[in-house]
Ligand binder design. Structure first.
Ligand code: PLP
Length: 423
């Protein structure tokens, strides 16, 4: 469907909701309510995904097995805990486009970024720089700078920021080419957010990876805002590594366990420097408790500790829903939902706001970032008071993300009406 076919008026939203093949999925989630009992308009899955109703039974099963079996649950629970993280690999691999041995759920995002940099940031006197986005998420900036210092390099000279052109929020392909032409030979690692958390820009990860590799750089992506939002093909795109969290579009619950991808080509590289822990040790001999570390071949070889079962159970509840719904179907609906949101915001035609997210649907996911000109925080507060849950990012952006699993076209319509009246 083309943008031009959208129309004003709530009948359009009602019609699209009635024709939506994914409409029944909304009922699988708890929608937060306002004080008056009405459902909120929840447009914040880019920050924290909603709770699947099935989480209770998934966690309940593990609580019951823990109560009844104690330690024995490691081997005799209905879903033996010793293998529990492996139950997440099957539904996770199609979401990121990877082979099973390339994916593991473990730790949290920033921890995994550090673990990946231990292996893939190997600075030398000639090649020691890291390229990140200008407005990279703060945790990524702290992690990268601390890795540089750890290796004895000064971030002031070692960190390169990929900047958009003056006055623009979006990075163009030639901005990337220019920085690589100037600095490529001294860059050890490119580490970029697959979807930028602030602008909502989706990068061409395949092309960036190819370009980075042509200069001899390692290339990794932070997929916090990409996974469960846009289809990914990490194996075919030949990324060296990627890390992500699961509490945003993947609805695994606040602070839940992160995910990590390491390309198959490193599966047998026991020689790679890494920080090791017993859960990354070869499964056949792990319990022989020998002192020398033998890594599992593949991403699991980067695990440190035995994982927390209860958050993994919540993740399993959500990924089961993703398996049913299918990422391609979700993306199809997402393109419509976000296109509709864009259309309605354009129709408001206010010079108080502008959309900074790319207008090309292929260069964005669910999220639109609305830049405010004056009193943006006040506008955000008004939206919140009207029952909208979206978020504010300093200095001047309201992020709005209709999520195809549980948002409706009516949610988008209602949001736009409230936005219009609040301006
Ligand atoms: C892009 C990005 N990177 C990193 C993080 C940090 O994640 P964590 O607290 O799970 O390490 C976040 C958190 O929202 C994020 O959005």
């Amino acid at each position: 469907m083309q943008k031009a076919e959208f129309s004003l008026g709530k009948e359009f939203a009602q019609k699209f909701d009635s024709q939506d093949p994914l409409r029944s999925y909304r009922d699988k989630f708890f929608i937060p309510r306002q004080k008056n009992g009405d459902e909120c308009i929840y447009l914040c899955g880019n920050s924290l995904g909603l709770q699947p109703k099935s989480v209770h039974s998934f966690i309940g099963q593990e609580l019951q097995d823990w109560a009844e079996l104690g330690l024995e649950g490691h081997f005799h629970a209905r879903n033996p805990w010793i293998h529990y993280h492996e139950f997440l690999t099957k539904p996770m691999t199609p979401l990121v486009g990877a082979k099973p041995k390339e994916v593991v759920v473990m730790n949290t995002l920033t921890v995994n970024l550090h673990l990946m940099m231990v292996s893939f940031y190997q600075p030398t006197p000639e090649r020691n720089k890291i390229l990140i986005e200008f407005s990279a998420f703060p945790s990524d900036q702290y992690a990268v700078k601390s890795q540089m210092k750890f290796h004895g390099f000064d971030p002031k000279t070692t960190l390169i920021e990929l900047k958009p052109k003056e006055g623009k929020a979006i990075i163009d392909w030639n901005d990337i080419e220019n920085v690589m032409e100037a600095e490529g030979d001294s860059i050890a690692l490119i580490l970029i957010g697959g979807v930028n958390y602030y602008s909502g820009q989706l990068y061409d990860m395949k092309r960036i990876t190819e370009l980075g590799h042509s200069y001899g750089c390692k290339v990794g992506f932070d997929l916090a805002h990409a996974v469960g939002n846009v289809p990914l093909q990490l194996h075919d795109w030949e990324l060296d590594f990627a890390t992500w969290c699961t509490y945003k579009y993947l609805n695994a619950g606040p602070g839940s366990v992160g995910g990590c991808f390491v390309h198959e080509k490193y599966a047998d590289r026991a020689d790679l420097p890494r920080f090791a822990g017993w859960w990354g040790h070869d499964k056949q001999t792990r319990f022989q408790m020998k002192p020398d570390f033998v890594p599992i071949k593949g991403a699991e070889g980067w695990q440190l500790s035995n994982p927390p079962i209860l958050p993994l159970a919540a993740m399993r509840a959500s990924l089961t829903i993703f398996e049913e719904a299918g990422m391609q179907n979700l993306r199809q609906k997402s393109l419509l939902l976000t296109g509709y949101l864009e259309y309605l915001i354009e129709q408001i035609n206010s010079d108080e706001i502008s959309i900074i997210t790319p207008r090309d649907p292929e260069s964005r996911g669910c999220q639109l970032s609305i830049q405010t000109k004056r009193n943006g925080k006040q506008l955000y507060n008004k939206l919140t008071a009207e029952g909208i849950i979206c978020d504010w990012r300093e200095p001047d952006v309201i992020r709005v993300a209709p999520v195809p699993l549980y948002n409706s076209f009516m949610d988008v319509y209602r949001f736009s009406e409230i936005l219009k009246h609040s301006l």
